[in-house]
Design a protein around this ligand. Structure first.
Ligand SMILES: NC(=O)c1ccc[n+]([C@@H]2O[C@H](COP(=O)([O-])OP(=O)(O)OC[C@H]3O[C@@H](n4cnc5c(N)ncnc54)[C@H](O)[C@@H]3O)[C@@H](O)[C@H]2O)c1
Length: 441
């Protein structure tokens, strides 16, 4: 252990240190709050001044966290939200939580991670811990971050410390929050792993140290590939069983009575969010380096990406039974976010489905209590505003298409006033018989 490492460990143990969190989004903001609540001085840095301004005013921009979530941060003299990267000079620990999306051709886009390294490197001083939390392929911390941070002559493991610790945030999960979800951490070297664990141990219920940053990076991808593959498998079952006129939901319920060896996954209109549709392809890209075909990942992506098409086919068939074509039909999409209780629409299959329906000539509106209007995104620009869910709006629609049934959505009202409900989530089943014709998709 170097002197720097010993001193950092001691200071973390007393929470007598300054932690800078870079990127104050879904991952960075809860983390900044945790470090603050543990007693650290926290600098919250983001390139988006709208966010840092709102934090200064005590206003939250992440709806599911609640309005009051950042009030204590705004009132505290231990929290500094800012766009001024010079503040990094006073940090003892720097935690990177910036986006890691896919580029145009499904390749990793590490430009945000690289940009933060360029901000950190000239301000890095001896005795600082840097942790990457952004999801990425195995090797990123060592191959992309390390050389940039060492470029000015400091040596990792001696002068500064570098680790990877994947974020396992599950927005709106009432049981597992950042605080009580076990946290993996792996260092570039043993000392870095140890110093990194010392930081998180002050803040989180359980920290699990692994031998290298590569193990931590790969573990995160395994977790998300496991989900992507299992969801694809059950989505394929849904398409097949629908063809065979067997209720996939009842089949899953039946299989779930087995007390061992079966874990239920549920089908849907496609996968969404910043993780499951994106992260597996980070590994696919890296695997090419060793000439290894990641067939499970590719197949899962293919099956999951076909689900919006399946939903549209089911909707088209259901409309046909009412002697209606998709062209000129009025379709009311219920739920735009990628999962219940969040306002996040990133990669949401609802966006693809709406665009496809529009291209087929349908008049599409949507209702989502968490998404009052749509914003321009890299791949989508719908320019739509949420419609109020009223008996008239439902009666005027040729079909209500359920994509994301948030708890606040009045399903009984839909069942009472819609003519046709196309349900991708089996949401209507819990109501029992309703007036509307319900078709599963
Ligand atoms: N959202 C989740 O549920 C989740 C879960 C697990 C892992 N992750 C991973 O965590 C990382 C962050 O995801 P997120 O959902 O919080 O993204 P986000 O888009 O909500 O937040 C990222 C923030 O980083 C800021 N930013 C961009 N460039 C920056 C820079 N150079 N310096 C400082 N800030 C910068 C953005 O303005 C934004 O506020 C990603 O790698 C993601 O894959 C996300």
């Amino acid at each position: 252990m170097t002197d720097h490492a010993k001193q950092l460990e001691q200071r973390f143990a007393k929470t007598d240190a300054t932690v800078a969190v870079l990127g104050l989004g879904y991952v960075g903001l809860p983390l900044a709050k945790l470090f603050h609540n543990a007693g650290f001085n926290v600098i919250g840095l983001d390139v988006d001044s709208r966010k840092t301004d709102m934090l200064q005013r005590g206003e939250s921009y992440i709806e599911y966290l609640g309005e009051d979530y950042v009030k204590d941060l705004a009132d505290s003299d231990r929290f500094t939200p800012s766009t001024d990267f010079d503040l990094l000079e006073s940090a003892d620990a720097i935690v990177i939580c910036v986006p890691s999306p896919l580029g145009e051709h499904n390749d990793p886009d590490l430009s945000y991670v690289e940009a933060t390294c360029e901000e950190i490197a000239p301000r890095l001083r001896p005795g600082v811990l840097v942790v990457l939390e952004s999801t990425t392929y195995p090797g990123t911390t060592r191959e992309v971050v390390l050389p940039r941070l060492e470029a000015r002559g400091l040596t990792c493991g001696r002068d500064f410390f570098l680790a990877f610790s994947p974020e396992r945030e599950d927005p709106a999960n009432p049981t597992f929050t950042t605080h009580n979800t076990p946290k993996l951490i792996g260092g570039i070297d043993d000392t870095s792993g140890r110093v990194g664990a010392a930081l998180y141990e002050q803040t989180l219920e359980k920290v699990v140290r692994v031998s290298t940053s590569e193990v931590a990076e790969a573990a995160k991808l395994l977790e998300n590939i496991y989900r992507a593959v299992n969801i694809a498998m059950v989505n394929e079952m849904k398409v097949l069983l629908t063809e065979m006129d067997i209720d996939v939901w009842e089949v899953i319920q039946a299989a779930s009575t087995k007390p061992f060896g079966f874990h239920a996954f549920y089908p849907g209109p496609g996968i969404g969010g910043h993780c499951i549709p994106v992260d597996p392809f980070y590994l696919t890209w890296k695997a090419k380096e060793v000439g290894f075909p990641t067939r499970f990942i590719e197949l899962a992506g293919e099956v999951n990406n076909q689900m919006p098409g399946f939903v549209i086919r089911r909707l088209t068939e259901a409309l046909s039974e009412d002697a209606k074509a998709v062209r000129d039909s009025n379709i009311l999409v219920i739920g735009l976010a990628y999962k219940p209780e969040v306002s996040d629409v990133r990669e949401s299959p609802a966006l693809t489905i709406i665009e496809k329906l529009q291209s087929l000539g349908a008049n599409v509106s949507y209702h989502d209590p968490h998404v009052p209007k749509t914003h321009k995104m890299r791949k989508h620009d719908l320019g739509m505003t949420s419609t109020e869910l009223t008996p008239d709006a439902l009666a005027a629609a040729d079909a209500a298409l359920i994509i994301t049934p948030h708890a606040a959505i009045d399903l009984a009202l839909i069942g009472e006033h819609a003519k046709l409900v196309v349900d991708t989530r089996n949401a209507m089943a819990k109501l029992g018989p309703v007036k509307a014709r319900v078709v599963s998709a």
